[in-house]
Design a protein around this ligand. Structure first.
Ligand code: M6R
Length: 629
């Protein structure tokens, strides 16, 4: 939540700081889009130049176009997801110190802001906004002036560290000061911040998307660290000022073009069409021709895996549904219990965690605060944590014992799509690795499953190529539907939940996804003539019993007048008989079917939202990275 960018580089004032901030904000807008703003500083300025506007970044860009901002040497930019104070021009970031010499931007929630505000008010400080960030801006200004009185010279870096020690809650704060127009300083506590390392210029960002257009060399910052960048230097310390010299560097493994629409109308459409590549790339290099899984990147001794007797998956939203899918496969292959828990519920129920429990944290962004808190709790209790994550340099992998990256490429649309299929694949690789080290599957069985997985990108592409018409037809017919029910069984159950979530979040439709077996235990009362019911039908091959049971469920809702949309294996005569619309999918093994079944559901939500005229990439009230609890 909230996107942050900072730039330091120019010896003489020019337009680059503003250009970098606006470019960065464009790429970070998915993190929040309630308002946006920038602050620039250069030698000779009496106060920082600040411009901010409520609404999308385009509003800010138009305002700057109408009335250009001055050249500068450093800049900071912010795109906001409001937590504290309504979205408005005045509440937008940056906020400034009382004398206007310092500007700050902030991501997170400062929990002791009200106490600090009262203290500052009694000292005569005045506030324009309702935000916790303005409290920090005024406080930083006060501390910076105290340091000048003490030492005779400005030291924004020290001022920020002193303030960081006083704040409680979660924060990433960046600041600039016209008295030191060659540096940008930052501090992070429970909120993301990465450094971009350029040639004669350096960057700060909530994630690497902020600066990937300028450099792919990056450096992680750890919890409770502060950073000061100039064009030529990057200095990291803890909040007490002790130098940190072992920050981890990495190279971003995707190009700036991957975070652009590249001819597509929306990121969501592009990302759904990248689902085959997300599966393919996540499999790449993880096993050899003999079907031996190679996960050396985990850096966990296979002996440790052998000892694991329980897996708990912690995740939120779509990532949790990927975890639910994985449960079916891993329990079947490895014969150890797999629990799946919403991360925000996990630590509050006093879960049973032992050194033999492996906690698997699934997160596209790697920044979801609920999941991060679950990770910390699990480690405190002595369990090992393995992250399945799509974002290099993010916090969850950094705080986990091991990480298995999904290689879906940057996911920009708020609705998660390609990350879902990549997460399933990564979790399946983990399951197969367990089966390999624990000898619960024969080598040729693993080989066979890997071959099936390798074939999945093509099968997903088949759905993308062949289901366009029925999906569009269903979306048109159901445009005015007030609610939807989604039903699935076995691995189709989490797929139903995922399909339902997509409709809620981008088409703003009341939708419930549930296990088809529950139908007669209550939900069928909701079915009245015309009610759309979307059903995922398992193949009639293999788990025939399940197929027949789900077909019975279709008959039952059909008998009550439901409009049935059915996802079924090509040529399934039963599905055709009871469906008003069918989304066909190619034949595949039951455990792998979520990888294809979910694709028409992603497309359906997309089509419906588009027909309703909604912004599919930036649905209302949401942000891509949920970095507050
Ligand atoms: O970044 P994460 O995978 O941790 O995010 C988890 C959820 O916030 C996320 O999947 C959310 O539910 C999506 N907007 C769903 O499309």
């Amino acid at each position: 939540m909230c996107g942050i960018v900072g730039f330091a580089g120019n010896k003489t004032a020019c337009g680059k700081p503003l250009e970098v901030c606006m470019q960065g904000l464009k790429r970070l807008e998915y993190r929040g889009y309630d308002s946006a703003g920038v602050a620039l500083a250069a030698a000779g300025m009496d106060t920082v130049a600040v411009r901010k506007k409520s609404g999308r970044l385009a509003n800010l860009a138009a305002d700057i176009e109408r009335s250009p901002m001055p050249d500068a040497t450093v800049g900071i930019g912010h795109t906001r997801w409001a937590t504290n104070g309504e979205p408005s021009d005045v509440n937008a970031h940056p906020h400034t110190s009382q004398d206007g010499k310092i500007a700050i931007i902030h991501n997170g929630i400062i929990e002791n802001a009200e106490t600090l505000r009262l203290d500052l008010q009694t000292e005569g400080y005045t506030f324009l906004s309702a935000t916790d960030t303005e409290v920090a801006a005024k406080l930083l200004g006060k501390i910076a002036n105290t340091i000048i009185e003490e030492t005779g010279k400005p030291d924004l870096f020290e001022a920020l560290r002193r303030m960081a020690r006083m704040l409680t809650g979660a924060f990433t704060i960046l600041a600039v000061d016209v008295r030191q127009p060659d540096i940008v300083v930052g501090a992070r506590h429970d909120s993301p911040l990465v450094v971009g390392l350029g040639d004669g210029e350096n960057f700060l960002g909530s994630d690497v998307a902020a600066f990937v257009a300028y450099t792919k060399e990056a450096m992680e910052l750890d919890q409770d660290q502060a950073v000061c960048i100039s064009g030529d230097t990057v200095t990291v310390t803890d909040f007490d000022g002790n130098p940190v010299t072992d920050s981890k560097r990495f190279t971003v493994d995707w190009d700036a073009s991957a975070s652009e629409k590249g001819g597509w109308d929306s990121f969501m459409d592009k990302e759904i069409h990248e689902e085959p590549a997300a599966v393919h790339n996540t499999l790449l290099g993880r096993f050899n021709e003999d079907g031996e899984i190679k996960l050396d990147e985990l850096h966990i001794d296979p002996e440790v895996f052998k000892q694991i007797d329980k897996i708990i998956v912690v995740a939120c939203g779509t990532a949790s549904y990927a975890g639910m899918v994985a449960k079916y496969a891993i329990e079947h292959w490895v014969r150890i219990p797999v629990e799946v828990e919403l991360a925000h519920e996990f630590r509050y129920r006093d879960p049973i965690l032992t050194p033999r429990t492996l906690v698997v944290a699934i997160s596209q962004s790697g920044e979801t605060m609920d999941t991060l808190m679950a990770v910390r709790h699990a480690r405190e209790q002595g369990s090992r944590v393995l992250a399945i994550c799509n974002t290099q340099g993010s916090t969850i992998p950094r705080e986990s014992d091991a990480v298995l990256y999904t290689h879906a490429g940057p996911e920009i649309a708020v609705a998660s799509t390609k990350a879902f299929v990549a997460q399933i694949v990564a979790a399946y690789l983990l399951g197969l690795y367990f089966a390999q080290v624990k000898n619960t599957l024969y080598r040729d069985e693993i080989h066979q499953i890997l071959d099936q997985l390798k074939a999945m990108p093509e099968k997903i592409q088949w759905v993308l190529d062949n289901d366009v018409e029925p999906i569009e037809e269903a979306a048109k017919k159901l445009l005015d539907a007030k609610s939807f029910l989604f039903l699935g069984r076995h691995v189709g159950y989490p797929v139903a939940m995922e399909g339902a979530l997509k409709l809620k979040e981008i088409a703003y439709t009341f939708t419930e996804g549930f296990a088809a077996g529950e139908l007669k235990h209550g939900p069928i009362a909701l079915v009245e003539p015309g009610e759309p019911v979307v059903i995922i039908v398992p193949s009639s091959r293999g788990r025939n019993v399940l197929h027949n049971k789900v077909i019975s469920a279709i008959e039952e809702v059909k008998a009550r007048g439901a409009f049935t949309v059915v996802v079924a294996e090509v040529g399934d005569p039963d599905a055709e008989k009871y469906a008003d619309v069918v989304f066909w999918r190619p034949e595949c093994a039951t455990l792998l079917s979520p990888l294809v079944d979910v694709v028409p559901l992603h497309l359906f939500a997309f089509d419906l939202a588009k027909l309703k005229g909604y912004d599919v990439d930036k649905p209302r009230n949401l942000a891509k990275s949920v970095t507050v609890e």
